[in-house]
Design a protein. Sequence first.
Length: 91
Amino acid sequence: MPVKRVIAALAVTAALLGVGLSEGASGEPSASASKYCSPYAEEHFHDKNVRTPGGVKCLGAGEYCSHAPSYAKAYRRSGFRCNRQGRLEDD
């Protein structure tokens, strides 16, 4: 087997193992996968940390949103609503 193929196989194996290790035993993404707003985003874009059913997310007006009822409640608590085009807007 050529050396390049061995190296490529090892790289693929390492990448797959890395993905498996970043998830918990239940297959759920780890808490470090949550995205929190930076101070810059909060100050300049007025983004907010929103606790959604999918975890804590940094959201702002104009971003894509979900029309699921559980997400709608989270958006309302944070002062947003999901418009017909599927974008967040200030409530």
